[in-house]
Design a binder for this molecule. Structure first.
Ligand SMILES: C[S@@+](CC[C@H](N)C(=O)[O-])C[C@H]1O[C@@H](n2cnc3c(N)ncnc32)[C@H](O)[C@@H]1O
Ligand SMILES: [Zn+2]
Length: 498
């Protein structure tokens, strides 16, 4: 039978029934699908049910080196880090984003949980976790309910869980504050939650260090190597998430959406009502050596590149890592969160005031980090089925973080993030290192922007050249205009450079 945690997403009546059969809300008749005994709260067509070869469970385990011993060791680590906060027993547990069961298998084995609701957005992951528990004889040790769930719909009843937890999952959830507010309701008074998540400041510092090291390696030898390219792709992805960190609509398009700052997370957790929110460092790695070794293993970086990167790391890391506070010298945090037992009266400051926009009269070179912005771009406009397509490729570089290349056509704005690896630009433009290698190595754009085609076919000249403007958008919102020809011709590539 279904445990008492679930409610109908439509009318919020308690859901009763048996996941082995079908479930229908008693009050409003809304059905809940079940597939092989797994509750399915994910809409059809959401992709939640697809087997994707790219991150199939077997591959996931191999890539992340997950096995039962590692799962048990990670679980022991969690308890050690939480220290006196970890309760004797965890009671009714809700797990978010089980993946292949790294946390699930160890928690079931530990007998710490009385019962568990195990969720993930992906049906193949849930199946993998359940199959594994069956294989190792843990599937009936405690009552387990599996649910395909995206952590958004209101399917859990208030105050029915003692513990909520997950590893490496919060950073996939688009609106973490809204998730925390929902979780506050699901937890009983005195209940707790924990999550392990990446530290944004540490990733930024290591990313900048690795960019400096790669710049040196490319200078010595500019030929292609898989290892350098894999590291550069990773740095590009980190940088993209970091510079766009507050832009939820854009982050929604990425799989890895967030990294976290300890103090901001603690403040946010307290603002949604939790009594205790702690960011506990998961490791002390002030040199970055342990972290970079693990990255190299995960990315299967070939030995000469690995040796070169690790060899240069001590000389380069200090510039960024030594500026981190002692608490930030960790790749990740264990967030430990507790709901108070009674109502607390608290006053909040309200949301912080919006950051002041940089004054427009500041000379441009100050806004671009003391050096002029540079770019080389190719734009081609063409008319197609879906509207007007403007293909943009090239690169934009400034000495501050660039967020977007923005193009405006007849008053309609489209933009593309500036982030793709461009070791050739680092080589050609930045050999002396005047620009941060973090920016120069990740300055590429390559995208097709689609605009509505409002031209009336009865117009005398529907194919008149287009009026277009372009600008580079810097972190903080100020812009650098990119002069384009007065009119953008059709089907002809226009090159602009500065
Ligand atoms: C990086 S994996 C971590 C898996 C597992 N907890 C571990 O530590 O190995 C992230 C997992 O979260 C799931 N996920 C992604 N977005 C989610 C969401 N909005 N709600 C619940 N799970 C989600 C993914 O399907 C994936 O299994
Ligand atoms: Zn209902």
């Amino acid at each position: 039978m279904l445990p008492g945690h679930f409610q109908c997403a439509a009318c919020h009546a308690p859901l009763i029934g048996d996941a082995a059969v079908a479930i229908v809300c008693d009050r409003c008749d809304t059905p809940v699908a079940t597939i092989d005994g797994i509750l399915d709260f994910m809409p059809a067509g959401s992709g939640a049910h697809d087997e994707t070869p790219a991150d199939a469970p077997d591959r996931y385990d191999a890539l992340h080196r997950i096995d039962d011993d590692r799962a048990a060791a990670r679980y022991r680590d969690l308890k050690r880090l939480a220290a006196e906060h970890w309760p004797t027993l965890l009671g009714s547990v809700l797990e978010i984003g089980c993946g292949t069961g790294l946390l699930t298998r160890a928690m079931v084995q530990s007998d710490d949980a009385a019962d568990m609701v195990v969720t993930d957005i992906s049906m193949p992951m849930l199946r993998a976790t359940r199959a594994h528990l069956e294989q190792v004889g843990l599937a009936s040790r405690i009552p387990l309910t599996f649910a395909a769930y995206d952590s958004i719909e209101p399917i859990f009843r208030d105050a029915t869980f003692d513990t909520c937890g997950g590893t490496s999952v919060l950073h996939h959830i688009q609106d973490v504050r809204a998730f925390m507010a929902r979780m506050f309701r699901w937890l009983k008074p005195g209940g707790r939650a924990f999550f392990t998540e990446p530290n944004i400041r540490y990733h930024r510092a290591v990313g900048q260090t690795l960019a400096d090291i790669l710049a040196v390696l490319y200078r010595a030898d500019a030929t292609f190597s898989h290892g350098r390219q894999s590291l550069l792709n990773l740095i590009g992805q980190w940088r993209r998430g970091i510079v766009h960190r507050d832009d939820l609509p854009y982050l929604a398009t990425l799989d890895d959406k967030h990294m976290f700052a300890a103090d901001a997370f603690e403040t946010m957790g307290r603002e949604v009502g939790f009594a205790t929110v702690l960011a506990i460092p998961v490791a002390h790695d002030p040199t970055g050596i342990g972290f970079v070794k693990r990255l190299c293993a995960q990315l299967e970086i070939e030995e000469p590149v690995r040796a070169a990167v690790l060899g240069l790391l001590p000389a380069f890391a200090d510039r960024y890592l030594s500026l981190l506070s002692p608490r930030d010298r960790t790749p990740g945090f264990l967030f430990w969160i507790e709901k108070g037992v009674g109502p607390a009266v608290r006053r909040f400051q309200g949301p912080p005031a919006a950051e002041a926009a940089p004054p427009d009269d500041l000379p441009e070179v100050f806004r671009t980090g003391g050096l002029p912005a540079r770019w080389t771009l190719a734009l081609t406009a063409s008319r197609g089925e879906g509207g007007i397509a403007v293909q943009v490729s090239g690169w934009c570089l400034a000495n501050t973080d660039i967020l977007w290349l923005r193009v405006r056509l007849d008053g309609v704005v489209r933009q593309t993030p500036v982030w793709l690896p461009r070791p050739d630009v680092q080589q050609a433009i930045n050999a002396t290192g005047r620009y941060a290698s973090w920016n120069a190595l990740c300055c590429g754009v390559d995208d097709t922007l689609t605009f509505p085609d409002d031209a009336n076919p009865d117009d005398a000249n529907p194919d008149d050249a287009l009026e277009a403007t372009a600008e580079i958008v810097l972190a903080g919102g100020s812009v650098v205009p990119v002069p384009l020809p007065a009119a953008l011709p059709w089907d002809t590539t226009v090159h602009v450079a500065q």
